[in-house]
Design a binder for this molecule. Structure first.
Ligand code: FAD
Length: 344
C-alpha cells in the first residue's frame, strides 16, 4: 500500500503534472486552501493567514516530492518525517482524506478538463493514498510526545540581524547532531519555522539556536528582535538525516554559510567524541569579519581541532559581493574522496 508498491507507469502519469504545478504555485495554494477549508472549516486555525493574505506554502513540499519520484527511498524518508511532524497538529487519517479530496479538486482545476484525464486522476489518487500511508505509518510508530514546550532562557544579539536564542525544554527533546526541528513562538502564533540546534542534545534540555532575521521575513525578524526571556516556544520533533554523516569512514568537506553554521557546529562537536574523527575541511562563509566572529561565537563546535581545518570565507573588501563558499572550496581542488556536507 506504500510508495514502494506504486507502479512506475502510474508515477509517470503523476510526473506529467509537474510543469503545471511549478508554473501555477500561487493559484494552486489558493485553490487548495479554499477547497480544504470549505470541506473542513475547523482546520482554519492550523493554516492562519499571513499578513499578505497567504497560508503556509504547500507547493514547496509538493514540488520537492515530485522532483524525487524516481528515488523511492528518499520519498519514503521525507514522507515519514512529514507524518511525524504533523502529529504536533493532531492530524488524523480523516484529515488526510479531506486534504486528498481538496488536492485532487485543485489539480483538476489547474489542469483544465482536457488534460485532467481519468487515468491521470486515478494515478494521482493512488499516489496520494500511498503517500498518506507512509505518513500515517510513521506517525503511528512514534512513541514520544507530539510536541515539546520550551522556555527561552537567554537571548543575545551579537549583530543587528543575528540572534543567539537559548531554549530549555521541560522534557528532553532527543535530537541528534545536525538535525532540525520546527518551532512556533508567541510572537507569530501558527507560523512554524525550522531551526537547527547548534549543539548535540544535552540532558538538561538546553538548546541553542543561531537565527538570522531575513529582511522581508514574517517570522525571523520577530525571533531576532522581539524574543523575550520567559517566552514559551512549541517545538516539533527532530527531523533530517544529517546525523548519518557521523558514521562516515571517509574524509569530510563541510561547507556552511551564515546560520548554516548551526547544524555544522553540532556535527563537528559530535565527531570530536569519536576515537578516530575523519580528517575534515570546514569552510565557513560570512558577510564580514564582525559577522564571522559572531557566528563562530554562537557555534562553539566550529573551531580548529587537530583533525579539522577551518577556512573562513569573507569578501576581501567592503564593496565585494559575498564570496561563494562552494566556489572557494572548489578553486584548485577536487574532493573526489570526501563526503561533502553543505548547509545554509
Ligand atoms: C532544514 C532547515 C533548517 C533551518 N535552520 C535555520 C536556523 O538554524 N537558523 C535560521 O535563522 N534559519 C533556519 N532556517 C530557515 C528558517 O526556517 C526560515 O525559513 C527563515 O527564518 C525565514 O523565515 P521567515 O518567516 O522570516 O521568512 P518567510 O516569510 O518564510 O520568507 C520571506 C522571504 O524570504 C525567502 N526565504 C525564506 N527562507 C530563506 C532563506 N533561508 N534564505 C534566503 N531567503 C529565504 C522566502 O522565499 C521569501 O521570499 C532553516 C530552514 C530549513 C529548511
Amino acid at each position: 500500500r506504500g510508495v514502494h508498491a506504486l507502479d512506475p507507469a502510474l508515477l509517470n502519469l503523476v510526473k506529467r503534472s509537474r510543469p503545471r504545478i511549478e508554473h501555477k504555485t500561487a493559484e494552486l495554494a489558493d485553490h487548495f486552501y479554499t477547497a480544504l477549508l470549505a470541506r473542513a472549516p475547523g482546520l482554519r486555525t492550523l493554516f492562519p493567514l499571513d499578513p499578505h493574505g497567504r497560508r503556509a506554502p504547500l507547493t514547496d513540499t509538493l514540488i520537492w516530492l515530485l522532483q524525487r519520484l524516481d528515488d523511492r527511498d528518499e520519498l519514503v524518508r521525507r514522507l515519514a518525517d512529514l507524518g511525524r511532524d504533523h502529529r504536533k497538529h493532531g492530524i488524523t487519517a480523516a484529515h488526510y482524506e479531506t486534504a486528498g479530496h481538496a488536492l485532487l479538486d485543485t489539480l483538476a482545476h489547474i489542469h483544465g478538463p482536457t488534460t485532467w484525464t481519468p487515468p491521470i486522476a486515478a494515478a494521482w489518487a493512488k499516489a496520494y493514498a500511498a503517500a498518506t500511508h507512509e505518513m500515517l505509518t510513521a506517525a503511528a510508530a512514534e512513541r514520544g510526545p507530539a510536541l515539546w514546550l520550551g522556555r527561552v532562557v537567554e537571548h543575545r544579539r551579537p549583530t543587528a540581524d543575528l540572534a543567539c536564542i537559548i531554549v530549555q525544554t521541560l522534557e528532553p527533546l532527543p535530537h541528534r547532531p545536525g538535525q532540525y526541528l520546527s518551532v512556533e513562538t508567541p510572537q507569530r502564533p501558527g507560523l512554524w519555522r525550522y531551526l537547527s540546534p547548534t549543539e548535540p542534545a544535552r540532558p538538561d534540555g538546553v538548546m541553542r539556536f543561531c537565527v538570522r532575521a531575513l529582511r522581508h521575513g514574517l517570522v525571523s525578524p520577530a525571533l531576532v528582535a522581539q524574543t523575550r526571556i520567559g517566552d514559551t516556544w512549541r517545538l516539533g520533533p527532530p527531523l533530517g538525516r544529517l546525523p548519518e554523516v557521523l558514521d562516515t569512514r571517509r574524509d569530510l568537506l563541510i561547507l556552511g554559510s551564515g546560520t548554516g553554521i548551526g547544524p555544522l557546529s553540532a556535527l563537528v562537536a559530535a565527531l570530536d567524541t569519536r576515537d578516530d574523527p575523519p580528517r575534515t575541511q570546514l569552510y565557513v562563509g560570512a558577510r564580514d569579519e564582525t559577522e564571522l566572529r559572531a557566528l563562530l561565537a554562537m557555534a562553539p563546535g566550529a573551531r580548529h581541532r587537530s583533525w579539522l581545518t577551518l577556512t573562513p570565507v569573507i569578501p576581501a573588501t567592503d564593496d565585494d559581493r559575498p564570496s561563494s563558499v562552494v566556489g572557494t572550496a572548489l578553486r584548485g581542488r577536487t574532493w573526489r574522496d570526501h563526503d561533502i556536507v553543505v548547509c545554509g
